[in-house]
Design a protein around this ligand. Structure first.
Ligand code: SAH
Length: 354
């Protein structure tokens, strides 16, 4: 049993069952025993590998997409570039490297990172040391200038609550105890949530719905900033337009695990409900687009060919395999989706369609 599991069990014994969101938050971000706070989680030696850690091509393409948007806004002389959940800082570094090929882009850019883990903050500081970087909380208190947001595999890490429909009521699924072990159970009393009101029409008795209050709050803040100051957001994650059923999953060392296996040592994520993010933002949004399609539209194959042409023979295989991993439908090409948010009087970012 992990130390964190002991703490959670003690808490449930003292005060009763907790929300799945509380359980997730403790497991991921507990200051001492949380998954993101204690381990090197990202990369081939970690527990999972993300697109920017697979290849520099991913960040370069996103960087050029943002630079194009900046040009479309008539090159504002100051803008904020905000990354949510920057991990090792690799994506931001690749974005800035690609962006530096566009005259004036880097000079106009003020960098902000939203990161909950102090361990990862230190890594970001190291990797991005040539740049002036600011860390802010997810309240997104930013200067009033055009703002570009980027979030790769951030929203899937935000805690969710789960609710099950029973006739005309919803009950929360909670984490309680059975034979002194962590176990899921249904709340005694029914729950209310404004989002649940709209789910009666597509759910029947027994159906389960996931709601991330953090995701709703943050997408709403992003939307307000984009509507007021101009800018856009690129949100990349796995999930679907409309979510239904439990998608909570655990991963450890690149393999699926059980959600109650060694709390704090496994990653817990949920599929992102992109419709909820888009509607809650209150700004214009693109069609949800498969990552592979998005990257192909922005020229990832040309970029891969150029890298191949200039690379040593021993690196060629890894470029081809990275291109495949990022774009192929059997790999991350369709599982991962891209949603663009932008102000109503603007076009969608390049690679996406209104
Ligand atoms: N975007 C990176 C890392 C993805 S992992 C990449 O693609 O490689 C998720 C990231 O979100 C980590 O940096 C993690 O510490 C951060 N994170 C998770 N929950 C968070 C929260 N509630 N607030 C801020 N950051 C969070």
């Amino acid at each position: 049993m992990t130390k964190l599991e002991e703490l959670i069990i003690k808490r449930i014994q003292e005060t009763g069952p907790i929300s799945i969101s509380t359980f997730m938050r403790e497991c991921l971000l507990h200051p001492k025993y949380g998954f993101y706070t204690q381990r090197d989680v990202l990369g081939s030696d970690g527990d999972f590998i993300t697109s920017p850690e697979i290849s520099q091509m991913f960040g370069e393409i996103l960087g050029l997409c943002l630079a194009q948007y900046w040009i479309d806004l008539n090159r504002p002389d100051r803008f904020a570039l905000v990354e949510l959940g920057p991990g090792n800082g690799t994506l931001m570094l690749d974005i800035l490297r690609a962006g530096s090929s566009v005259n004036g882009f880097i000079d106009a850019c003020k960098i902000y990172l939203v990161e909950a883990s102090s361990k990862l903050k230190r890594q970001q500081q190291k990797k991005l040391s040539p740049f002036n970087v600011n860390w802010i909380t997810d309240d997104l208190l930013l200067p009033k200038i055009p703002t570009f947001f980027i979030a790769n595999e951030f929203f899937d890490a935000l805690p969710v609550k789960q609710y099950q429909r029973e006739n005309d009521l919803w009950y929360e699924i909670q984490v309680g105890l059975k034979n002194a072990q962590l176990s899921l159970s249904m709340s005694q009393l029914p729950s209310n949530h404004p989002e649940l009101e709209t789910r009666f029409k597509d759910c029947v008795t027994g159906d389960l719905v996931e709601i991330s209050d953090d995701a709703l709050r943050i997408s709403n803040l992003i939307g307000q900033i984009i509507n007021n100051e101009g800018g856009c957001a690129l949100i990349i994650d796995y999930g679907d337009w409309h979510s239904l059923g439990s998608t909570l999953q655990a991963v450890k060392s690149h393999k699926f695990a059980k959600i109650f296996d060694r709390p704090g040592e496994v990653d817990l994520t949920c599929h992102v409900d992109f419709e909820a993010l888009a509607r809650n933002s209150g700004c214009a949004y693109s069609r949800l687009t498969a990552q592979g399609v998005f990257l192909e539209r922005l020229g990832i194959s040309d970029r891969a060919n150029l890298l191949l042409k200039n690379s040593k023979p021993e690196y060629k295989h890894s470029i081809i395999s990275a291109h495949r991993r990022l774009t192929h439908p059997d790999e991350m090409g369709t599982l991962f989706k891209v949603l663009g948010l932008f102000s109503k009087d603007q076009n969608s970012p390049a690679g996406l369609i209104k």
